[in-house]
Design a protein around this ligand. Structure first.
Ligand code: SF4
Ligand code: SF4
Length: 463
């Protein structure tokens, strides 16, 4: 009875704290600019099924895809055992799901095999992140300090959870064997380990209970660590993919007010729609062109920042990054999440200026007035982008770093007139000459005149 009450309190506290953190994150996402994402339900459902649930884009790289698949399926299947632990904890039962008979045997056997494979996959992941020198994809400046520690913490926690599971099962198996009883379920890995445990009943009971409590408390702690971690993608990848763009990848959105202005210039009968007003009918301050800070980005971009796995696939294919430019699309996404948490709500474990001044390309001197643009992302990074879409194509959870880059560039050009000089020259050429080149429109056909002049020469002269 006492154990059930203690368990109930822990369960309520764990889920209550998690819900409190999720509310904060929801509020962070909703500070973004409004964007209507209704409709296209069938297409979105199909995309979510393939990309988020089916991990379709992961399989562009086979080895990490298989390792990730083991951990992912292990996470899904082991949840059945977690459900059983919760019911046992609340009602004082022991292996509540044993009534499933052969299905229970299969479930427990699958659990144990997957748990062992998860340990192998975790060891491989650890090596990939911590080998010396590390893999290039895991060694960008944005991955120093907290993100690296975060990735390792997740791996250590997974080891602890799997070990606790094996302790619990093996000790339980041995206790039943010593009492001459059959433990419901099939436990292929624990069967191999059972000889390693002592034969003292009291010690076995302590080991079994320790494994049981360690596993469930570990899960409660992990649940509340998730919102502070890149591992939150195990939840956010699903809404992130659901709300990802459905339009062709190269398609840019237009700025509505500018589109209307151009339409009015081209067609005098076009009626410019009235500017949006506040609920009380008063005029709203016009929204800035592009994005300077997180509120200027669409809310879907903030949602995407929470679904980023920090895998670096985007950066590893970015031609700007590959040719030594400062741009890393992964950093743009990580900066967006850091910025919204710095300015609005932080989850339980706040991630302060996470990768330290030495990793930043320009030290921030004016923290109070810092914004996403310049506070975290520098114009030099933004102008390095070739808009090739390689990052978008490679992202396993359909994140679009290019959209945020374009929005911040728009702000630089339209609000600050701060385009690089080469672009300013092009802009003024378009304005003055109707073309990007520095030639007068009247000289545009000089090449043809020269060609005709050559062709009209007498054959002997041309020869
Ligand atoms: S679109 Fe820009 S950020 Fe993305 S891969 Fe191409 S150059 Fe890099
Ligand atoms: S944006 Fe996508 S590809 Fe890039 S690090 Fe995040 S999850 Fe990986």
């Amino acid at each position: 009875m006492l154990q059930s009450i203690l368990f109930l309190l822990l369960l309520v506290a764990a889920f209550g704290l998690f819900a409190w953190q999720v509310r904060k994150i929801r509020a962070n996402i909703l500070v973004g600019r409004d964007r209507d994402m209704s409709g296209n339900v069938a297409e979105r459902f199909q995309k979510t099924l393939l990309v988020a649930f089916g991990q379709q884009k992961m399989f562009k790289r086979l080895t990490p895809a298989l390792l990730h698949l083991i951990v992912y399926v292990g996470f899904l299947v082991i949840n059945v055992e977690v459900l059983e632990i919760v019911v046992d904890g609340l009602f004082g039962t022991h292996r509540f799901l044993k009534f499933l008979g052969p299905v229970y045997d299969g479930l427990m056997a699958t659990n144990e095999i997957l748990a062992a494979l998860v340990l192998v996959a975790v060891a491989a992941f650890w090596w990939r992140r911590n080998s010396n020198p590390p893999l290039k994809r895991f060694s960008g400046p944005e991955l120093r300090l907290w993100p690296k520690l975060d990735a390792n913490i997740i791996l250590y926690v997974e080891v602890v959870l799997m070990m606790a599971l094996f302790f619990m099962n093996t000790a339980d198996l041995k206790l039943h064997q010593m009492e001459g009883q059959d433990l419901p379920g099939t436990f292929p890995v624990s069967n191999l380990l059972v000889g390693l445990l002592p034969t003292n009943v009291a010690t076995l009971e302590v080991l079994e209970r320790t494994g049981w409590w360690a596993h469930i408390i570990g899960i409660f702690l992990f649940l509340n660590y998730l919102p502070s971690s890149k591992h939150f993608h195990i939840i956010m990848a699903f809404p992130g993919v659901w709300y990802s763009r459905l339009v062709p990848q190269g398609q840019f959105s237009n700025v509505e007010s500018i589109t209307n202005e151009v339409k009015a210039m081209m067609d005098p009968s076009f009626v410019v729609p009235p500017a949006p007003t506040a609920a009380d009918g008063s005029a709203l301050a016009p929204a800035p062109f592009g994005a300077k800070d997180v509120e200027d980005l669409p809310w879907t971009n903030l949602l995407a920042a929470y679904s980023c796995t920090e895998c670096g696939r985007c950066t590893s294919v970015c031609p700007a990054n590959l040719t030594g430019k400062l741009l890393s699309p992964r950093k743009i996404i990580m900066d967006t999440r850091d910025r919204v948490e710095e300015k609005y709500n932080s989850p339980l474990i706040f991630q302060p200026n996470v990768y330290g001044a030495e990793a930043k390309h320009e030290p921030i001197t004016d923290l109070a007035n810092a914004t996403l643009l310049r506070g975290k992302v520098t114009p030099e990074e933004l102008w390095a982008c070739t808009t090739c879409n390689a990052c978008v194509e490679s992202c396993p959870v359909n994140i679009n770093p290019l959209e945020s880059i374009i929005e911040m560039r728009r702000f630089l050009v339209l609000e600050e007139s701060a385009a690089p000089n080469s672009l300013n020259v092009m802009f003024s050429n378009i304005e003055n000459n109707g073309a990007p080149w520095a030639f007068s429109p009247s000289d545009r056909f000089n090449w043809a005149d020269e060609l005709f002049a050559t062709e009209k020469q007498p054959a002997a002269v041309v020869a």
